[in-house]
Design a protein around this ligand. Structure first.
Ligand code: ATP
Ligand code: MG
Ligand code: MG
Ligand code: MG
Length: 561
């Protein structure tokens, strides 16, 4: 590719709404352009990177025997009603209607579709295991799209699903995906950490997240020298089981991402972490928000009251509360009310009614909900909260923490979906058994952001060879110099013949501009033809090295290793 023909509009300054170095550089380098919040266009350089990452992921999936398919983005509501997720998934789900007023979703994930397809085709355990994957756009109406490609509303995901006649068979597949994911990260040359994860709303048992380590990663990871590593969501999602098990159909769940530590939330609310564990934030969709502290122990009523009366808290919209607290709670609010203003409280809590009363304004509904009747409290009280400095559950030493970007997530789903959707096969005895499933997600477009977030310097991006838009840039310092141009084209053609992706900088701009752009777009190797060519010398410089290597081309060109 000749730079003079490449559509790569580089910019001196990033737009002011670019909130992280990765998206700043990607926009400045002409890789992507924002169309709407969390919606991006990939320009040629960005598209090349996307395709390269996609290809690495594809190769590693094929290598473990997963087969590529393509499922529709648009999915009928009926399938989601079967699993209950049409209502449970929450407002992250983009919903739409066709001209006949039938409901559809732009798929945020594909468990329902794949389970549906296979339930009509799979008959016998002899057809198992099966492993299928696709690489396709996903849609999630994130409450707060941000960090460029990393938390967008339209994003490219590789999602794989495996089907088994036993848990042992699932375990085997799970291990294969685990090592394939590690391999992808190793090929990309990234520092990463695999952690035990919460399986979240998707359900299931065992789960691991693959995180690219980066200063501004959204995930907090706890780890120990002994090898134990877990996401702090395991602790923070204490709220989740309650929300998931809630019963009233009129309550709507909006799950939110997290980023504050439990300690910060504790300090903010002025209550003990034990109480926080037992707290929930409820909210009307556009209305007021309140915190419910529940538990078997006596509440510190004055503290509770103080936090309830805090204007910023009680008067905030869910969005504002989320900005303030960043706790990964499910906002549960009544739907169907015109303004969504109704306050839900657990009336069984001693002293709560009064505390809440002080924070309530006249004219708002006040509806009680009762645990067990309206939601189940079950196992959530047993979950353990893990934080920095705590004893490692494996060896007892003190836990450390790091920030990471979740690029991959693997789950053992078990029979959650096959049970609900009646996906079964006959076993050796002829009995119908629900097939056991695993699912395995990889954020292909998020990986672009994660790479830049980890690998950049003051001059720009530093692409690992396997993801770089071009392997080599041949910089013709002076395009008016005939000999330089002739030799540059010669080297460019030769490198292409040897199988490299090469960019020839043949633009009529200053050498300074050319070097700056080459650094900004982060091409791993630069071959420069300048004044020294008169003595038969070209410069070869790695993006990460200060000094170039001088190479004589008088005796022809040898293959590059
Ligand atoms: P997060 O915790 O960051 O919200 P998630 O746990 O909701 O992500 P999964 O449902 O596990 O995401 O989806 C699989 C992968 O898809 C994630 O590991 C991530 O790499 C990618 N992904 C999820 N949400 C987004 C998004 N909004 N933008 C880009 N990539 C995403
Ligand atoms: Mg999410
Ligand atoms: Mg997650
Ligand atoms: Mg996940």
């Amino acid at each position: 590719m000749r730079f003079s023909q490449l559509y790569a509009p580089t910019l001196k300054e990033a737009p002011s709404d670019a909130d992280l170095v990765s998206i700043k550089l990607l926009i400045r380098g002409g890789f992507v352009r924002k169309v709407a919040a969390g919606v991006y266009t990939y320009l040629p350089l960005g598209f090349r990177v996307l395709k390269k990452i996609e290809e690495i992921v594809r190769q590693e999936m094929n290598a473990i025997g997963s087969q590529e398919i393509l499922m529709p983005i648009i999915q009928p509501a009926e399938l989601w009603h079967e699993t209950g997720r049409w209502d449970d998934y929450g407002p992250e789900m983009m919903k739409l209607q066709d001209r006949h007023e039938r409901f559809f979703t732009l798929g945020p994930t594909h468990e329902e579709i794949i389970t549906h397809i296979l339930r009509n085709e799979l008959k016998s355990y002899k057809q198992l295991p099966v492993s299928l994957y696709q690489i396709a756009m996903k849609y999630r109406d994130e409450i707060r799209p941000r960090f460029g490609l990393m938390r967008s509303r339209e994003f490219l995901m590789k999602d794989a699903y495996s089907f088994h006649d036993s848990w042992e068979s699932l375990d085997e597949a799970y291990k294969k995906f685990y090592s394939a994911y590690s391999k992808i990260l190793e090929r990309l040359g990234l520092d990463y950490l695999v952690v035990e994860a919460d399986s979240g709303a998707i359900g299931g048992n065992e789960s691991h997240e693959f995180n690219v380590l980066a200063k501004y990663g959204e995930s907090t990871l706890l780890y120990c020298d002994c090898g134990y590593a877990a996401s702090d969501e395991k602790a923070e999602y204490l709220f989740k089981p309650i929300v998931q098990n809630r019963l009233p159909a009129e309550l709507e769940l909006v799950s939110t991402p997290q980023s504050r530590t439990v300690e910060e939330v504790t300090a903010f609310l002025g209550v003990s972490s034990r109480e926080i564990i037992k707290s929930l934030i409820y909210s009307g969709r556009n209305g007021y928000v309140m915190v419910l502290i529940r538990g078997d122990e006596e509440l510190n009523e004055s503290k509770l009251k103080a936090s309830m009366n805090d204007q910023t808290l009680t008067m905030a919209t869910p969005q504002q509360v989320f900005e303030l607290l960043k706790v990964p709670v499910g906002f549960v609010g009544p739907v169907g009310l015109p303004n969504g203003i109704e306050i839900v409280a657990d009336l069984s809590i001693k002293g709560l009614k009064n505390a809440v009363g002080g924070a309530l304004k006249e004219g708002f509904h006040y509806r009680g909900i009762l645990p067990e009747r309206d939601f189940k409290i079950g196992k959530w009280l047993d979950l353990k909260m893990v934080k920095t400095g705590d004893a490692c559950p494996k060896c007892g030493k003190s836990l450390k923490s790091a920030k990471g970007i979740e690029v991959g997530h693997i789950f053992k789903l078990g029979t959650k979906y096959s049970d609900k959707m009646e996906g079964s096969v006959t076993d050796a005895q002829g009995n119908a058994i629900s097939y056991v499933m695993g699912c395995y997600g990889w954020g292909v477009s998020r990986t672009i952001g994660a790479i830049v977030e980890q690998l950049h310097d003051k001059d720009g991006m530093i692409w690992p060879l396997e993801a770089a838009p071009f392997d080599i840039i041949v910089t013709a310092v002076n395009t008016k110099d005939e000999e330089i141009m002739k030799r540059s084209v010669e080297i460019y053609e030769l490198l292409k013949k040897w199988g490299y992706d090469v960019l020839l900088d043949d633009r009529e701009t200053s050498p300074g501009m050319k070097f700056k752009d080459a650094d900004l777009i982060g091409i791993p190797v630069r071959v420069t033809l300048g004044k020294k060519l008169a003595e038969g010398i070209v410069e070869i410089k790695s993006r990460t090295e200060e000094k170039p290597v001088m190479v004589s081309v008088n005796d022809g060109y040898g293959p590059i290793v």
